[in-house]
Design a protein around this ligand. Structure first.
Ligand code: ADP
Ligand code: ASP
Ligand code: MG
Length: 781
């Protein structure tokens, strides 16, 4: 039984390495009985079209040159992929086919469709042989034996039977895209870009559960992501909009792709064969996703007015010219957009019923929810006019607008249009993990904050997680009643379930806000990034993970245009990250950072004056809830070591945790054993501290526990431990419990820049998380 039909476009088969990557995808994602539809490798169809044109122009020289080019291309692929025996047979077959084409060209008996079909035949044969070589049961199937058309109409019953007979249940079926046959067994093609259509046809004939279109982008975006960096990938697009885009000539899906899926539940996804882990776009039935905004560009088209267009004529014409066609009605007249290269064919086919209104135009279409169309029409016209691209012809329809211009819309203008038309009214879904003190305050503050953000952004809280339970509501959790909703609707937390739910969210942007202190949760960050989530973390683990992991996370974020903030992991809400970034961005270079980044250790050291034993202060702090349950966790200095590493990485340094020397705020023997043994030996701690304090006092200094990072002549030293602060200095004057960051740089060399204030506490930490959220939104606008 066919479960999935996979389709790999030419862009996924452009080189031997890409074939290998495709084979790996097949190994991981297919079972015996599945189908793999392939297009011609790379731009082979374009080359074959050129061959046909040269043949028609009787340009013998060009015909032989192009044959040589095809020979070289296929030969290279075969030589790089196949073992000697298989290679010999494949090259032999290729040689015979090319010789036959040359012969037919000479004898004037070449057939266009049969010629174009070679591209897909070659790639299906090569991929099937390569899969066999990898030990997989695979066979190639020529779709001319599966799909028959009579007078342009598919013979569904016959085709279904052919599929039942020829699609093997015991192997991977590698099927040629793009081609079919007529009742006389002549080759016909399904139109340029038609392999998508082959895949959904096959899916419907075989009752598959899913059709996966693997291409060179991660899915369907708001506009061509190759031209606009900030294009938004949509996780869901409804069939109607996908179809409209295709008719307007957008290449990501062929115009007929959706038609075989009508009245079926076959799932259709568009995903990347280059980044297989990335989340995909699912093309869903109407009503299963809200309408989105898209911009698609048009190049070299003519505008024709047609008299008395007959039913079915558009289909005939698009079959004739091998290209999707779009028609519309304006003031009672029917207009048709035709690729300029095909106008001649269309005009002669329509025998006097077509008038060319405008020729060789470019432009764009904006597809959008009906309610937005009128406003977008105004805005788009204004942007184009400002760019001296005043539209020559425009049309406003129910769910799109069309603006035709003399010059083409380059990627700069497309970016301007995108900024103006698409990145407005953006949506952000928030998932908050960790509902402890800080998490609860964060959510309390959120409703007020949302009113402020709402002007530019539609922000919704869609998920809440604790270690054992989670609440998910894709349309938004009511902030005033989140606690009762949690009581009634929270379900068991399951990691896979969480990832599935995030992948199903239909929002332009998503952010996971990690307010947990869980290392295990931080290990999910790469999975969140693969689901296109931005990250905000108060959790320190990811920022201090080993460099390889950290750098690869950063790279993945950058590749996907995703942002990560973890301002509150050091100094809670204090703007230390802003200060460091700002100094560096303004050309300063930081030479030294020293400070106290632990509220607990700050309180202990600043409160100690020798009048009360240090261990009494520790126990007092424990009772007030200022410490970890076992205060030695604080005294170990490990938390400050992590924070110093985060600061170092903010400065672009590639340190590891172990590169930061660490001396705990207690004698070594107290760090071992249980809490009772600590209490029994607390005198050791008191003696240790008293001795150090006396030592410091000799030079009129006081004890502080600090982290210090020094960059001198390219050399970095970092340490966390006891330090003696000179009376009167900022470090010595520290208010007990406060954090402090003393920064020296080229500009702040003698007189340091000091940031000081509460570096812990639920209100300021929650406020710091809000600061990250605000920053994120500013950067998404
Ligand atoms: P394939 O060879 O896999 O069939 P195509 O070249 O036909 O791939 O289609 C994919 C291309 O479509 C992408 O490389 C991209 O440049 C272009 N494209 C244009 N508009 C969009 C869009 N809105 N979303 C995604 N891709 C788009
Ligand atoms: N190879 C054909 C083309 O280039 C079909 C396809 O790629 O979908 O148009
Ligand atoms: Mg395509």
């Amino acid at each position: 039984m066919v479960n999935i039909v996979h389709k790999f476009g030419g862009s996924s088969l452009s080189s031997a390495e890409r074939y290998q990557a495709v084979a790996n995808i097949i190994l991981a994602h297919t079972e015996a009985g599945d189908c793999v539809v392939v297009s011609a490798a790379g731009k082979t169809t374009n080359t074959l079209v050129k061959l046909w044109q040269s043949y028609q122009q009787s340009d013998q020289q060009a015909v032989s040159d192009i044959l040589l080019q095809l020979d070289n291309h296929q030969r290279t692929l075969i030589e790089q992929l196949l073992s000697p025996t298989a290679r010999y047979a494949a090259l032999n077959m290729l040689e015979q086919e090319l010789a036959l084409i040359a012969q037919q060209a000479q004898q004037q008996s070449l057939q266009e469709a049969a010629l174009l079909a070679h591209g897909e035949v070659w790639s299906a044969r090569l991929l099937a042989t390569y899969l066999q070589q990898l030990g997989l049961a695979a066979n190639d199937v020529d779709a001319r034996q599966l799909f028959t058309l009579n007078d342009g109409q598919l013979l569904h019953q016959k085709n279904q039977q052919a599929c039942a007979q020829l699609i093997s249940a015991n192997s991977i079926n590698v099927v040629t895209g793009f081609i079919a046959a007529d009742c006389q067994a002549n080759t016909v093609t399904l139109g340029r870009n038609g392999s998508d259509y082959s895949a959904t046809l096959l899916g419907s004939y075989c009752n598959a559960q899913q059709v996966s279109i693997w291409t060179d982008t991660q899915g369907v975006f708001s506009t061509d992501p190759r031209k606009v960096k900030k294009a938004i990938k949509y996780s869901k697009v409804c069939r109607g909009q996908a179809n409209l885009l295709a008719r307007l000539g957008n290449p990501v899906l062929h115009a007929k792709t959706l038609s075989p899926l009508k009245n079926t539940d076959i799932k259709l996804v568009v995903r990347s064969s280059y980044e297989t882990e990335a989340s995909a776009t699912e093309i869903v039935k109407e009503g299963y996703s809200k309408a989105k905004r898209f911009i698609t560009t048009l190049e070299n088209i003519d505008l024709l007015r047609i008299d008395q267009l007959r039913g079915g004529e558009i289909g005939e014409l698009s079959q004739l010219i091998q290209h999707s066609l779009h028609h519309f009605i304006e003031n009672g007249d029917t207009y048709l957009l035709v690729p300029a290269s095909a106008t001649h064919q269309v005009v002669s086919h329509l025998q006097g019923r077509a008038n060319i209104i405008e020729s060789n135009l470019h432009g764009c279409a904006v597809v959008a929810p009906s309610n937005d169309v009128a406003q977008l029409f105004e805005q788009a016209t204004q942007v184009l006019t400002e760019q001296s691209l005043t539209p020559r012809f425009s049309h406003q329809d129910a769910d799109y607008i069309l603006l035709l211009t003399d010059q083409s819309i380059d990627s700069d203008v497309l970016t301007l249009l995108h900024d103006k038309l698409i990145n407005k009214g953006q949506e952000l879904a928030i998932i908050v993990a960790g509902l402890g003190n800080v998490g609860e305050v964060f959510i309390e503050q959120l409703s007020q904050q949302l009113n402020r953000l709402q002007h530019h952004f539609s922000v919704k809280l869609v998920g809440l997680l604790r270690s054992r339970a989670m609440l998910f509501s894709p349309s938004g959790i009511a902030l005033e009643q989140w606690q009762s909703q949690w009581q009634n609707e929270a379900i068991d937390y399951q990691q896979d379930d969480l990832l599935t739910r995030i992948s199903e969210l239909d929002y332009e942007h998503k952010v996971v806000i990690d307010i947990t202190a869980s290392e295990a949760f931080s290990e999910l960050y790469p999975a969140f990034v693969n689901l296109d989530c931005h990250l905000i973390s108060a959790n320190k683990y990811a920022g201090t993970a080993n460099n390889d992991w950290y750098q690869s996370l950063r790279r993945n974020l950058a590749e996907r245009n995703l942002l990560w903030r973890y301002n509150t992991s050091v100094g809670a809400g204090l703007p230390i990250n802003f200060a460091l970034a700002d100094l560096q961005n303004s050309g300063d270079s930081i030479t030294h950072i020293e400070g106290v980044f632990s509220g607990t250790l700050s309180w202990l050291c600043s409160s100690y004056d020798g009048s009360v034993p240090f261990s009494d202060l520790v126990l007092q702090a424990q009772q007030m809830g200022y410490t970890e349950p076992d205060p030695r966790e604080d005294l170990s200095g490990r938390d400050m070591q992590r924070k110093l590493l985060i600061l170092a990485r903010e400065l672009g340094l590639t340190l590891e945790l172990d590169d930061i020397a660490l001396t705990p705020l207690m004698p070594e023997q107290l760090a071992q054993g249980d809490w009772q043994s600590f209490l029994d030996n607390k005198q050791l701690l008191d003696d240790f501290i008293a001795e150090k304090a006396a030592d410091a006092a000799k030079d009129n200094k006081v004890l502080r526990y600090t982290g210090a990072l020094t960059i001198a002549e390219g050399k970095v030293t970092a340490k966390v431990g006891l330090a003696y602060a000179t009376q009167g200095d900022a470090l010595a004057n520290l208010t007990p419990g406060d954090n402090i960051f003393v920064i020296n740089s080229q500009w702040y060399s003698d007189n340091a820049l000091v940031i000081q204030g509460p570096g812990a506490g639920k209100e300021v930490t929650a406020a710091g998380v809000h600061s990250d959220l605000y920053w994120l939104i500013q950067n998404l606008k």
